[in-house]
Design a protein around this ligand. Structure first.
Ligand SMILES: Nc1nc2c(ncn2[C@@H]2O[C@H](COP(=O)(O)OP(=O)(O)OP(=O)(O)O)[C@@H](O)[C@H]2O)c(=O)[nH]1
Ligand SMILES: [Mg+2]
Length: 659
């Protein structure tokens, strides 16, 4: 079912097969690259297992690479004041092939809740809606994503446009509730019509969105390749769902900030741009929509172009961006043109330039980034395979040397050699005992590290902080509670960094000793970096302080809003701790696993050598037979070595061919 939409709806959108948009072309190439690479990795994994070269560590890295490639997502968010045409623009850029509007778009407020469009092929097409009441208990949308039963699910019949439009119309639903209830949900309620927020009517009721969030699983090639589109409701919902400003937007790979030619740039748009969208990030584009409004008024040649250029310049000046980053378009005409197959109108709508810019912004950086992450894992795989093969070859060659030396020698020499190998083995066994002692220390130090980033302790602190915030009476009190929380989160991370340094020093010593005494490879394990976590926590804290400064509500409302905001930051910090724990698992494994596999390999070799000499000594094997056998094994492993190199070269080439 996934891709059938391209063929269906003959006529409408049919021409898209020949004229893919710039985004579609780029994305297709990107998806193909990821799938090909994942396949090569899967082949390598099978081959390593078949050739007894697979190590638990390298296998874990390979698996992680495959997951990273498969689950790679690209977030594209649309942000604007209400009614600027976000939903229409999404329809025009991505869903014109459907031959009709997919997302509801109409005058006035339409999209009432943030809406995420994506596609997971293993799940049926559907729309899932999270009721607004879920805001009451303080859990975030991200947390609710883990609880299926809170969401209302409506199946989508992608072959029936009418039914689909009806299902998607839910995004626009509202309901009337008493002002009190809206406040309890942490929504801004106001009597002042000039302010943003839900306005109280004569009966003391306010209109609020019926849903808090919508997830749409929709079969579409771009979405299937990992694109996630986020449509947002008009601006003030940004304040209402703190997660959006705090997590979703900063993490989006690209944001389209939409303004409309008929409304110009308003004060609130400038501040949202500054506070939530601008910044040093790449991938921020400004769209000046609805330029078709000017088409009829300005017919004289040159006049229209001048007026559009004037508005583009003005917009760029207000937002403090380069004029090239402002794209004048008509979403409405673009959609109509694509549906009808009217190339002239499509050209005139300006959508092509925007689509090309989007493709340029979105993808190039992304492919490189994924290749980099995956490449780092691959370094480990390569090193690990190289080590195992190297060690096997070295052992075999040494043994070959030993046996060649025995040619024509008498029993005494053979006996002497056996004594020597036995002594080697005893030596190594002694080192092993020391190694086991080190492992105990390693385990203790690891436990200390885990204690620093303990989720249970963090949860206790979270519960305490929440309690403090509920009972404290002043804004200053709230601020202190937050500072304490962020302070804790950051200092524990720093302590974890110190612990990890100790572990590294310990293991560096172990690796060095084994190298000196037994000739094992000297591995230099990487350091455990907590910098990205502390930086992220710091960013949250700053965002937070900025938010506090911007507040101008009465105390009772403020408390609800601040609590909502804080709880969202708290869950983000918790998520950072979860990934820190996961990264610590990986790091500790990478620290210990290569040592363990080397030691195991070395022990096996010593045993084989001893066995082999013993047999010759007992005359149960001839020297020639033994050497012939050894030679064959040597050749097999050399073949493996060459094959591994060929596979590595191929993967390296694929990595550097990232689109
Ligand atoms: N003339 C003209 N009208 C447009 C254009 N794009 C959108 N509109 C109209 O503007 C209105 C609002 O469009 P939407 O797509 O609902 O805007 P939105 O930004 O999603 O608004 P919310 O969902 O309320 O936040 C609708 O009536 C659209 O038909 C355009 O390019 N030209
Ligand atoms: Mg909308």
């Amino acid at each position: 079912m996934a891709y059938t939409w391209r063929e269906q709806g003959s006529g409408v959108g049919g021409q898209k097969d020949m004229t893919q948009t710039a985004i579609e072309q780029r994305f297709e190439a990107y998806g193909l690259w990821r799938r090909d690479l994942a396949q090569t990795l899967s082949d390598l994994r099978t081959w390593l297992t078949e050739n007894s070269l697979s190590q638990p560590q390298s296998d874990a890295h390979l698996e992680r690479m495959q997951t990273a490639l498969r689950d790679d997502r690209l977030y594209l968010a649309f942000v604007a004041e209400f009614s600027r045409g976000k939903s229409e623009l999404i329809n025009a850029i991505f869903f014109a092939g459907q031959g009709r509007r997919i997302l509801p778009s109409s005058a006035g407020r339409t999209t009432m809740c943030p809406t995420e469009l994506f596609y997971e092929a293993d799940k049926p097409a559907c729309i899932k809606l999270l009721p607004i009441e879920t805001r009451r208990n303080g859990a975030t949308v991200a947390e609710f994503k883990g609880f299926g039963d809170e969401w209302q699910t409506i199946a989508l019949d992608v072959d029936d446009p009418e039914a689909m439009a009806a299902a998607l119309a839910h995004i626009a639903e509202v309901k009337q509730v008493p002002a009190e209830e809206a406040r309890a949900l942490g929504l801004t309620v106001t009597d002042d019509i000039a302010k943003t927020g839900a306005a109280v009517d004569a009966d003391g009721e306010v209109e609020i969105p019926r849903w808090r969030y919508a997830l749409i699983n929709f079969p579409h090639p771009l979405l299937a390749d990992g694109l996630v589109i986020l449509d947002t409701p008009g601006l003030n919902a940004l304040g209402a769902e703190p997660e959006l400003t705090l997590n979703t937007l900063p993490n989006a790979h690209a944001i389209l900030f939409v303004l409309a030619a008929d409304t110009g740039v308003t004060q609130s748009e400038i501040s949202v741009w500054r506070d939530h969208v601008a910044g040093s990030h790449k991938g921020r584009l400004v769209v000046l929509n609805k330029v078709d409004g000017l088409w009829d008024d300005l017919k004289k040649t040159g006049e229209l172009e001048r007026e559009i250029a004037r508005q583009v310049n003005e917009t760029a000046r207000y937002l403090d961006v380069a004029t090239e980053r402002v794209y004048p378009v008509s979403a409405q005409k673009a959609l109509a043109a694509k549906v009808r197959g009217d190339r002239d109108l499509e050209e005139r709508s300006g959508i092509g330039a925007l689509e090309r810019a989007l493709a340029e912004e979105l993808l190039p950086g992304k492919g490189g980034l994924v290749a980099q992450t995956v490449g780092r894992d691959f370094d480990e795989v390569e090193a690990s395979v190289e080590r195992v093969i190297g060690q096997r070859l070295q052992g075999l060659r040494e043994h070959w040397g030993e046996l060649s030396g025995l040619n024509g020698k008498n029993m005494d020499v053979i006996e002497h050699m056996m004594t020597k190998v036995r002594a080697d083995k005893t030596d190594f066994d002694r080192s092993m005992q020391r190694f086991h002692a080190t492992r105990t220390i390693f385990a203790q130090q690891s436990a200390a590290l885990y204690a620093k980033i303990s989720l249970r302790q963090l949860d206790t602190l979270i519960a305490e902080t929440k309690k403090n915030m509920q009972t404290c009476l002043t804004t200053a009190g709230l601020k202190t509670a937050m500072q304490t929380f962020f302070g804790y989160a950051r200092s524990r991370m720093d302590e974890a960094a110190a612990d990890s340094q100790q572990i590294k020093t310990l293991m560096d010593g172990v690796y060095r000793k084994f190298q000196e005494e037994h000739g094992l490879a000297n591995i230099k394990p990487a350091a455990f970096s907590v910098m990205r976590y502390t930086r992220e926590i710091k960013r949250l804290q700053e965002k937070h302080e900025q938010f506090m400064r911007g507040l101008s509500l009465i105390m009772t409302e403020q408390k609800a809003v601040v609590r909502g905001f804080f709880e969202s930051a708290v869950s983000k910090v918790r998520a950072i701790y979860v990934s820190a724990n996961r990264d610590a698992d990986d790091w500790l494994r990478d620290m210990m696993a290569p040592m363990e596999s080397q030691v195991r390999e070395h022990q096996a070799q010593l045993r084989r050598r001893l066995e082999s000499i013993k047999r010759i000594h007992q005359a149960s094997d001839t020297l020639e037979a033994r050497m012939a056998e050894l030679k064959q094994v040597l050749e097999e492993i050399s073949d493996q070595h060459r094959a591994a190199h060929a596979a590595f070269r191929q993967i390296r080439a694929q990595l550097s061919a990232a689109p």
